[in-house]
Design a protein around this ligand. Structure first.
Ligand code: PLP
Ligand code: SF4
Length: 333
């Protein structure tokens, strides 16, 4: 058994000191645009200071700002952008457990994130609690392990690393006892938006685990990958994790081959391999971020022509009812 260190809690202070309104964020960036916006009532503004500090002052088109700035475009409705496009609710039989992929199960440890990305499907998902730690995961993990086909548990959210060190330790300890579970995967944007979250406790929990460990980061733009993010990734690597990244293709933010090529190179520099490049899920209120499939395929062809194979992410889309993502790489000819 190992001890949790209280000194490792500074991330929670930094989280609490993040931006909670677009007005405050724009003031900080010396941008004199619109002040506040009704879209923030539906989906709150949440931006850690570390992420804001990577934005260019005075630039209303900064690619990091555009990911988090609430706008009135979110209030528009379009027939093909709907509330639950992935029909996730139907895979959600036990609250907090999503079993739609073969051999692997997702645990939704918390519905909350350190950052609220405006394009996210989370804006409509009904998480019963934003308060991690309220649930006893022991019996749930026992139940999952009754299905002998399951060999991988994916901690998801929201952002699972928003959960406390104590909760993460309990969950990982419990998973350790199920011998058929070989792999622990964590899908998180935390090392990118609040890198100090990768503290000593997380390193201890991960490095002492017998499991194969995969951390899938979520970064959309090379400007997000600061030296502090690099340091967080090194700590994860030293704790025995494989590091992958998934991005979402977003209009005006990363929908050009130049940016994506830079992103792949920077990811590699900090020890991360590109994994998925997702088309946006068609959730209500995100149509202004949408990149059409044909354009996505053209961009993909360009990055593929410029990068070694191991730096080319898989271009994928999530289709409801399918037991895996669907790759939509352009065909030859
Ligand atoms: C796609 C996805 C998965 C599982 O898919 P893999 O093909 O096994 O990577 C798990 N979690 C999230 C959040 C995903 O988007
Ligand atoms: S789930 Fe990911 S994309 Fe959605 S708000 Fe949280 S960090 Fe952003």
């Amino acid at each position: 058994m190992y001890k949790m260190r209280d000194s490792a809690k500074s991330w929670q202070k930094n989280l609490a000191h993040g931006f909670r309104s677009s007005k405050a964020l724009l003031q900080y960036l010396d941008i004199h645009a619109h002040a506040s916006c009704d879209a923030e009532v539906v989906f709150a503004t949440r931006v850690p200071k570390h992420f804001a500090d990577l934005m260019e002052k005075g630039n209303p088109d900064d690619p990091l700002l555009l990911q988090v700035l609430a706008t009135n475009e979110e209030l528009e409705t379009h027939a093909s952008f709907i509330e639950d496009p992935l029909q996730e609710q139907s895979y959600n039989k036990t609250p907090g457990v999503i079993h739609k992929y073969h051999g692997r199960v997702l645990l939704v440890l918390t519905g909350a994130c350190a950052i609220n990305c405006r394009y996210c499907f989370r804006r409509h998902f009904s998480y019963e609690s934003n308060n991690p730690g309220s649930k006893n995961w022991g019996p749930i993990i026992d139940e999952i392990a009754k299905d002998s086909s399951i060999s991988e548990i994916i901690l998801s959210g929201g952002d699972p690393l928003l959960a406390s060190d104590e909760l993460l330790r309990q969950v990982v300890d419990k998973i350790e006892t199920e011998t058929q579970i070989k792999t622990l995967r964590i899908h998180t944007r935390m090392p990118v938006v609040l890198p100090e979250r990768i503290n000593e406790n997380i390193q201890t929990i991960l490095s002492q685990s017998r499991l194969n460990k995969v951390v899938v980061l979520h970064s959309n733009h090379p400007n997000e990958l600061s030296d502090a993010v690099f340091a967080a990734c090194q700590k994860l690597k030293q704790s025995g994790c494989h590091l992958l990244n998934q991005s979402v293709l977003l209009k005006k933010i990363n929908d050009d081959s130049e940016t994506l090529v830079k992103l792949s190179h920077r990811l590699f520099e900090i020890g991360v391999l590109p994994y998925y490049l997702h088309l946006l899920d068609k959730v209500r209120g995100v149509q202004h971020f949408h990149v059409p499939t044909e354009k996505a395929q053209q961009i993909f062809a360009k990055i593929q022509a410029r990068l070694p194979g191991y730096l080319v992410p898989r271009l994928a889309v999530e289709i409801p009812g399918k037991s895996s993502k669907t790759l939509i790489h352009p065909s030859l000819s």
